[in-house]
Write a protein that binds this ligand. Sequence first.
Ligand SMILES: [Zn+2]
Length: 105
Amino acid sequence: MSEQQITFSAFQKLIHDMYFEKDETRGVEGTFMWLMEEVGELASALRSGENPQNTAAEFADVIAWLTTIANVAGVDLTAAIAAKYGHGCPGCGQFHCICDNAEKP
Ligand SMILES: [Zn+2]
C-alpha cells in the first residue's frame, strides 16, 4: 500500500488484518473510548499548533480508530461514504454545498 494509492478500502483492510482479533475482543464500547481519547489528542495538537507532524499523526490515529469501530460493527466505509456523500451534499444535493450556514449539511 503506497502513499499515493491508499484508499479507504485498502486502509480498512489494513486495519482489519493488523488488529481485528484484538478489536473484536475489545468490542465497540471499549474501542469507542479509544476513539474519544484520540479525538482529545487531536484537539490538543491542533490547539498547540506546535508540531505539524504530530498533528498529522493524530489525524491518522482518529481515522484508524474510527475505521476499527467500523470493522467491529461490520460497516464498509467505502460503501457508507459513497452512499452518503457520493451524490453530493446530503442536505442540498449539490457538489458545492448551498445549505444555509445555520444548518448542518
Ligand atoms: Zn448542502
